[in-house]
Design a protein around this ligand. Sequence first.
Ligand SMILES: [Zn+2]
Length: 281
Amino acid sequence: MNKKARDKTMEILSNRENKQIFLMKCLEEVAQEENFPLIDLEEKYKPYFVSFESSDGDRCVDDRYILTGLSEQYPYDKTQNSGYKGIALPGGTFGFIDALRYVTEMREDEAQNLVMQVYQENKWLIGDHIDDEHGQISDPEILKQRNQGCGDQDKKRAGLIPMLKDIVTSDDVDSRFIWIRNKGFLPVLAGEHRAKIAIVNLKEGETYCNEKAVKDDNYAFNFDLAEVEKRAAVFGQALEDQDKLSGEKNQFIEEIVRAVLRNYFQTLKALNGPAEIQVRK
Ligand SMILES: [Zn+2]
């Protein structure tokens, strides 16, 4: 290998290492501020991480699985695509919109328009979910109208996520479900929450496969932080290109990463979820 190629390889390696250090630093600081202890991920949960298609719709951190059997009646239920495993963040794509609004003071409609534009350019698919009211609703006609069951967004609608309570209104949340039904992916998640642990995933290119994990009763909340950081970088560039970035791009990326982390912790607290975080390095 010549010197130039070696220098390039070293630069890539050091950037990868720096990114892990950067994400870990953000995670440690925000976890401390929100009182979440961090431990390494238990071995038994590691086999459920699988690679994903970036064209699969974004997912919530929710531990449940997709309700099957409604495909014909329910156009948003793509369960025949059983490999569905898009990246996971609190409230799916809505969690990214929440972070954008927290960091930039954008209006809801501006944030939705920017997300649609950047997602279309990159062939990503907006996504979140509703639920079957923990097994109480099976009527497809009711499910077609339902805008509830994503606990993260339900808590925001009720003003119970402190960092967003003066930013995101109940009308904003309702408008998101109309938007996503028309332009994205909104499956129905089924059954009760059974997660014993909450994960932050610092590895790129992989996410937690709920369909596999629930068969072994290894339900878990999972948040793909490394992938969200990559998306933040793409959005930072888009804002810079449109002359809409007020500060440095790296500053914007860090603020988005910290905002989505804080959002995850505050959502776990609001849902009485796990009180510590398992980290996948
Ligand atoms: Zn959810």
